[in-house]
Design a binder for this molecule. Structure first.
Ligand code: NAD
Length: 483
């Protein structure tokens, strides 16, 4: 089997466990996830070259020293060689990734873990070079960016996915399958929080270039969308935020906690569902880095998962009491000193993407087959997630509810046969892509059109409505669609 080469863009917490703050990398990913996974896959013969790219060349010696200390010195048998961009004597080069991508060959893979507002441009550059793309969540920030990536990917036929690793958590994927037996969707709620130190790690972009909803709500919005498939769609979003801690810590506007309340509509009978996604980065330090879980209610039953507490805890003189989750990343080497985390969902998510990319290169699978299987979070199916996150940001900025538009129409029960195609037993539509493909957003009338609904400054979200959106309508004051 021909190994695949990988370019990792972003040399930070998630890729290599490098965080130049007093706190360092989070306790649930101390050695990062992406590079370690790629080193293990290289040991298995699936990965060849590994290129690491950031914008700060002078940091690279420290990054490589981190990799040496946290990975090479810890695990036997891993080749941790990295080709780095930019060169060690370069202060800053924001487009070094273009040079790095130019060293790759068509069919290689790019894994993107840079601040959210850069995802789209790096992904488009990668797709244009015929490289398969795995984007950190949130894939992108706006529907317009999402379409730019889809266009670039469609033009070259590469695979583009979002790294939603919770899909490989065995309880989450089981819940996804069980949801189909619980009747039409009724309610979903998720809470995901991380301690305040995360704001130090993300000091350069938190509240400026992205927010806590994009960062953490994205996980459970994807999970929920994946659970309901095409049987339900999000139609209306109202967002609210708590403030106080982050603003004081960072000295600028930044939400502490964001809740998105979303109205969903079921295709089979037109009934409604509701969802509440809440994310925070001002939690107190607790027994684990991330408190997380969800509650799902269908019209015929319900499920809940506490993803933070797996019935495995311990205590040590240095760390105190802790809840462990080796189901995510298992860092403790085995008795032979080898990496032993091949079954962790953090590992599996990246491995599954690279395997799919390799299979595509060999012609043993197709994009259509991967989409039908539905395991990978393919960009082409992820528009509802982007629509909810983008609508949430707009709702905060405008101080009003935001509607998600579908082909300019509301749900039409009477026309369903014509509009939506075949309805299968579980309400899924086999030929009804349009029914769940958002084409724009519309801020409801009565909005605060000053653009400071909440005084936040993520440098985006508002004012990006005028437009050229697929709906062809322009943003007109208090009410208008956004791409
Ligand atoms: N940290 C996590 O637990 C985690 C988990 C899943 C997804 N993510 C996502 O990962 C992304 C950020 O990565 P992180 O968490 O490792 O954050 P981070 O801040 O530790 O690292 C981001 C890196 O990107 C680099 N960067 C900035 N601009 C660049 C450019 N123009 N070219 C190349 N590199 C550039 C920064 O220098 C930094 O090293 C975000 O989209 C975030 O939502 C993070």
């Amino acid at each position: 089997m021909e190994p695949i080469s990988v370019c990792i863009v972003g040399a930070g917490e998630y890729t290599v466990g490098y965080v130049p703050t007093a706190h360092g990398a989070a306790s649930d990913k101390p050695a990062g996830v992406v590079a370690l996974t790629c080193f293990e896959l290289r040991r298995q013969g699936l990965v060849d070259r590994i290129v690491l790219c950031d914008m700060y060349g002078r940091r690279m010696p420290e990054v490589r020293a981190t990799v040496q200390r946290k990975i090479a010195d810890v695990y036997d048998g891993l080749d941790t060689c990295l080709e780095c961009f930019p060169e060690d004597d370069v202060d800053q080069e924001a487009t070094a990734y273009l040079r790095a991508l130019d060293t790759m060959s068509p069919g290689d893979a790019v894994i993107i873990f840079v601040p959210d507002d850069l995802h789209a441009s790096v992904a488009v550059a990668a797709a244009e070079r015929r490289l398969h793309v795995l984007l950190a969540k949130p894939a992108v920030k706006t529907l317009d960016e999402h379409r730019q990536v889809l266009d670039a990917v469609a033009a070259t036929g590469v695979l583009a996915c979002v790294e939603f690793h919770k899909r490989w958590d065995i309880m989450y994927s089981d819940a996804r399958n069980r949801a189909r037996q619980l009747g039409p969707f009724s309610h979903f709620s998720a809470l995901m929080t991380q301690p305040k130190q995360q704001l130090d790690t993300f000091r350069l972009w938190a509240g400026l270039r992205s927010d806590i909803s994009y960062y953490l709500n994205s996980h459970h919005i994807d999970l929920h969308s994946w659970m309901v498939g095409r049987s339900s769609r999000p139609e209306r979003v109202v967002a609210m935020a708590a403030t106080g801690v982050a603003e004081q810590k960072l000295g600028r506007p930044c939400e502490d906690t964001i809740s998105l309340m979303v109205q969903w509509r079921n295709g089979a009978d037109g009934s409604y569902g509701t969802a509440l996604y809440t994310a925070s980065w001002v939690a107190a330090k607790g027994d684990c880095h991330t408190q997380q879980g969800f509650f799902y209610m269908g019209q015929k039953g319900e499920m809940r998962v506490d993803q933070a507490h797996r019935g495995y805890s311990g205590a040590s003189d240095t760390e105190g009491y802790a809840s462990y989750n080796p189901l995510y990343m298992r860092y403790t080497p085995d008795a032979n000193g080898r990496f032993a985390g091949q079954s962790g969902y953090g590992f599996m998510s990246i491995a599954a993407f690279l395997k799919a990319a390799g299979d595509l290169n060999r012609g043993v699978t197709s994009l259509g087959e991967l989409r039908r299987r539905g395991e990978l979070a393919m960009m082409v199916d992820s528009l509802p997630v982007t629509a909810i996150l983008h609508a949430g940001r707009l709702s905060l900025d405008k101080g009003a509810p935001v509607r998600i538009l579908y082909d300019g129409t509301a749900w039409r029960n009477a026309d369903r046969g014509k509009v939506d195609g075949v309805v299968t037993d579980d309400g899924d539509r086999s030929s009804s892509d349009d029914w769940t493909v958002p084409i724009g957003l519309e801020v409801e009338a009565g909005a605060d059109t000053s653009g400071n609904g909440d005084g936040d400054g993520d440098g985006d979200g508002d004012g990006d409505g005028g437009d050229g959106s697929a709906s062809g309508r322009a943003l007109d004051g208090a009410s208008g669609p956004c791409p």
